[in-house]
Design a binder for this molecule. Structure first.
Ligand code: THU
Length: 133
């Protein structure tokens, strides 16, 4: 878990966030032990922005991975972690496509502490593939 957190912090240094100034890094552990990192990538047309978590998921899925074990996440203004950075709603929904309720999300706090939440806690009663019948 420490390694995953370290990789999320490293990924945060690649954030492209000239509009918000808010830098985010993510590290996604795949079932086979490989790790895909991601940062947020903003766009002058703001809606074109991609979050760090989705960057990591899309990188991994596009390389053939669909089984995931854990995600580490951190973020803050100018890359300074002042609080836990919870995943946005769109990213929670993207995670739900590939992960179950027990999927752990490790959030890094300002003192180096880690708060772990499950996807089920972050997105209860979700709409998912089962909802389509
Ligand atoms: N951001 C993420 O990368 N992940 C999240 O879950 C929350 C928000 C990014 C998007 C945008 O570049 C910046 O943080 C401010 O919203």
């Amino acid at each position: 878990m420490d390694k995953l957190i370290t990789m999320a912090v490293e990924a945060m240094s690649h954030a492209y966030a000239p509009y918000s100034g808010f830098h985010v890094g993510a590290a996604l552990l795949c079932a086979d032990g490989s790790v895909y990192t991601g940062c947020n990538i903003e766009n002058a047309s703001y809606g074109g922005t991609n979050c760090a978590e989705r960057t990591a998921f899309f990188k991994a899925v596009s390389e053939g991975h669909r089984q995931f074990t854990a995600l580490a996440l951190c973020g803050g203004m100018g890359g300074q972690i002042r609080d836990f950075c919870p995943p946005c709603g769109i990213c929670r929904q993207v995670m739900r496509e590939f992960c179950n309720d027990d999927f752990p999300i490790h959030l890094l706090g300002p003192e180096g502490q880690v708060r772990t939440l499950t996807l089920g806690q972050l997105l209860p009663g979700s709409f998912n593939a089962d909802s389509l019948g």
